[in-house]
Ligand binder design. Structure first.
Ligand code: UT7
Length: 325
């Protein structure tokens, strides 16, 4: 017997050239390198150039992922861009990415789950590949989050940055006897009652403006550790995999203290958690593939490894996904 699975066959990422250090931010807001590092682990963030759009960042990351996967744009018949910062209200940023990559077939659409966008995207693409809607997909998390920031609000502007990461996912028929392969499971959740704890105070149908990020940081923090831990337990239970069998944890990179809190709660050794938050801050939907790309590029994560992704964001949204590479 065979089964159809979704395999992750390539990863790529892109950070804008301009890096802004914590010290740079002290020139414009009342903060310090010490506060930012101690409370978040962030040392710098990258900020897109004025002419760079989310679709540009996404396209750079996608090209690198295609190359890493050894496929061409002609092989792609599905593009999902997880983003909170689309180029325009419509069409989807994915449509611009499709055009920039010269892809002429399949479907392309955006997905909005804020910082959980990559995990929600994995669940969505997995479903579409397994049911035969597409054969080879690009899942991209891309953000120009700096454009949503109130640069006078020190409680948010020091936390976020711009960037993009992409993976190529491919449907494959494998023999049951080959054992677990590809995306082994996912668990995604939303609780709209918590929407006002992390949101943007603008939008096309409310204010007609773009708006700025507003966050009750400590409240979000409290829920993050609990929700992420629950999602990890659920996804492992669903896949019948023990936490010790997981080779690498690749979390959404919001705050080093959240990464540490989850690892401590679940008894995960620090050296199995990939952390890149120091280098780019919270890049929302882009942060997981950015971290994955780093650990694949430096040789830590290898083919055959069991990797767990997890995230939590506005909505609230949260989730986890387990992938055998
Ligand atoms: O990706 C989506 C999910 N988002 C998150 O995961 C973010 C979750 N929340 C957090 O990561 C943390 O709550 C923050 C990093 C946002 C804040 O850390 P905190 O330890 O919860 O600090 P706080 O908000 O309780 O603020 C502590 C103090 C306050 O001063 P007082 O009232 O004690 O005098 C703040 O005004 O720190 C002050 N503060 C700052 N000081 C220097 C807030 N922001 C800054 C700043 N620089 N940038």
């Amino acid at each position: 017997m065979t089964k159809r699975v979704s395999k992750l066959i390539g990863v790529g990422a892109y950070l804008p050239e301009r890096a802004v250090s914590n010290d740079d931010l002290t020139q414009t807001v009342d903060t310090s390198d010490e506060w930012i590092r101690e409370r978040t682990g962030i040392r710098q963030r990258h900020i897109a150039a004025d002419h760079e759009l989310t679709s540009d960042l996404a396209t750079h990351a996608a090209r690198r992922a295609l190359e890493n996967a050894g496929v061409t744009p002609d092989d792609i018949d599905l593009i999902v861009v997880s983003t909170t910062t689309p180029d325009r209200t419509f069409p989807a940023t994915a449509a611009y990415v499709q055009e920039k990559l010269g892809i002429r077939r399949g479907a392309a659409f955006d997905l909005q789950a804020v910082c959980s966008g990559f995990v929600f995207g994995l669940a969505t693409v997995d479903g579409l590949l397994k049911q035969g809607t597409a054969e080879t997909a690009l899942l991209i998390g891309a953000e120009t989050f700096s454009r949503l920031l109130d640069w006078e609000d020190r409680s948010t502007c020091v936390l976020f940055g711009d960037g993009a990461g992409a993976v190529v996912l491919k449907a494959e028929e494998v023999a049951d006897s080959d054992g677990p392969a590809g995306i082994l499971g996912h668990h995604i959740r939303t609780d709209g009652r918590k929407a006002d704890l992390l949101y943007v105070d603008g939008g096309p149908s409310s204010t007609g403006t773009i708006g700025h990020v507003r966050m009750q940081g400590p409240q979000v923090f409290k829920h993050a550790v609990t929700n992420i831990s629950t999602a990890i337990v659920e996804v492992l239970k669903g896949a019948d995999v023990s936490i010790d069998a997981v080779d690498w944890f690749v979390p959404h990179q919001a705050n080093q203290r959240i990464l540490d809190g989850v690892a401590k709660k679940l008894g995960i050794a620090e050296d199995r958690v990939v952390s890149t938050v120091a280098n780019h801050g919270n890049t929302s939907a882009a942060s997981i593939p950015l971290a994955l790309n780093t650990a694949v590029a430096d040789g830590r994560i290898k083919k055959g490894d069991l990797v767990l992704f997890e995230a939590m964001g506005g909505g609230f949204t949260w989730g986890a996904a387990l992938v055998k590479l």
